[in-house]
Design a protein around this ligand. Sequence first.
Ligand code: ADP
Ligand code: MG
Length: 651
Amino acid sequence: MATPLLQLIDITRIYPTGEADFRALDRVSLTIEAGEMVAIVGPSGSGKSTLMNILGCLDHPSSGEYLVGGRKTSHLASEDLAELRRYHFGFIFQRYHLMSHLNAVQNSEIPAIYAGVSKGQRRASAEDLLSRLGLGDRTEHRPGELSGGQQQRVSVARALINGGEVILADEPTGALDSQSGKEMMALLKELHHHGHTIILVTHDPTIAAHADRVIEMSDGRIVSDEQINTSNAPPAVVLDSGSAASEGHLLQLWDRTCEAFRMAWFAMSSHRLRTLLTMLGIIIGITAVVCVVALGQGAREKIIADINSMGTNVITISPGKGWGDWHSSAIHTLVPADLNVLAEQDYVDSVTPSLSSSQLLRYRSITASASVTGVSADYFRVRGMTLAQGNKFTNTEVKQLAQVVVIDENTASKLFSGNESPLGKVILLGSIPCRVVGVTEKKESPFGNNQNLNVWIPYTSAMGRLIGQNYFDAITVRVADGFDNDQAEALMTQLLSRRHGRQDFYTSSSDTILKTVNKTTSTMTLLVAAIAVISLIVGGIGVMNIMLVSVTERTHEIGIRMAVGARQSDIMQQFLIEAVLVCLLGGSIGVLLSYGIGFIFPLFVTTISMHFSLWAIFSAVLCSTLIGVIFGFLPARNAARLDPVVALARD
Ligand code: ADP
Ligand code: MG
């Protein structure tokens, strides 16, 4: 004898309930051949639905063996069980279990989506089935717009779309009026005549009378099993699995992914406010990151440009071991003799010392605080400064400790009124009267603060008359053209070390400043990145939270999808895509928002500009995707691991 289509051997299903376990099925053995029409009858609670769920591979028996076409189902993985449901079984439920947000065609084609049938093809076969079931004019209607009988026929179409070799109908007429019930039975009989195996649960004996075989159950056992009609159906057509109609593997995957996108989009757009609030965390996070990175980049570029404008061939010698050396103020070894020796070196173009102090300037009734720096006549050449009016002081004036001063433009406009020429005027530096000999041209200061007042006097005057110190704060050298900076730096270090007996100074050039700036900005970037990661994690937790809610809300939908053949991976993919989509959308809005801010920003701040790099945008998008995957994973896995029967039972 050929292998029976379905075979139950000693099946027991135990529900753990409280103290005593409940035996819903008790050692049930049953064989169903292809092409049979079987009615299962019995009082409520006798285990009919439990039996149906096991027959349809929705539920697992606690013990015993169930074979489908000779294959032991206990050995099958959940993916294989999903495949059986997808291609061989078609469920018809008492309460239809249609998805209320999809129309008739969309509801009927769901199993075909998971079977990888192309969109055009499955649409066509769904419409064809629906019109054969008398719903040709109702294809665009949603379940809410259909009568019970019509809804049940949609679910028949869904059961048949992949072939529906075995139709499992659990009280299909239970929720229908008697007329629709009759029509439904006529439909099932017709399907039987076309070779489908029909298994139907009912408690109505007149309906059971339509079947060829009636199995009666009571308290989880089969109490009778009778052949009441001899089937006059043609030999069962064992329908091929829908795979004949399906496409190439990659194309299938693409199609299913598109479908998952569509479902995710639908889920998001049906809860707009909630989606928006969920995205807010991601939006803020991404906006903050992109803006701060853009600002940092803008600031960095400005600083570098400023440093480069200062000239790249200037080397400053300062006491101490390096920037921020606390002991440097105790080192007094940079003296005029060093200056004179340096000035004689052929790699030195010009050299100036500097010693600064803050002094009160006074001219007539106006006083102002300024930074007074003692320098040599070469200072303006070293620093690349030009004079707007008058002249710098001469070397002779430096030798004579002359009381002359060069002032900057800020000072000029502070002390002198618009049309008064500062040249030749005597101002008080502290208590020392000095004659103004020159006014410098305005120059963009590298570090922004343009409000400071700066004046320069001969270093000899500063040492002897004003500050009273016999050493310099620093010496700055402009390297002669044609000489290498690094080489000059090394030679100077060697020379001064020999003179001082040890190296109690350090040199810095714009190169070293650049290095420091780079180091500082990379530290800043790291800090910003840390803050960004924290804010994005917070956003991600929000996404995870809402995805968990979404899974709970849609447990019933997940149950339906699994019953009609969705794999665990399909469910997982659906929720992961939803999470990624929320994050990507949030990320895109964040990027757009950043650009908006970048557009408004220059209207308020002119000193630095925001510099958006493609890289930042790319990483923002990458970040959002990653967050979606990472924080969507747990909810998606929860959804995929749901037990189909449990999920179906949930409302
Ligand atoms: P029928 O469909 O014949 O009315 P069921 O198969 O639905 O009966 O249920 C058989 C028995 O198993 C019932 O007494 C029911 O209370 C019990 N039962 C069904 N599902 C569960 C469950 N998930 N947990 C505990 N008991 C259950
Ligand atoms: Mg039942």
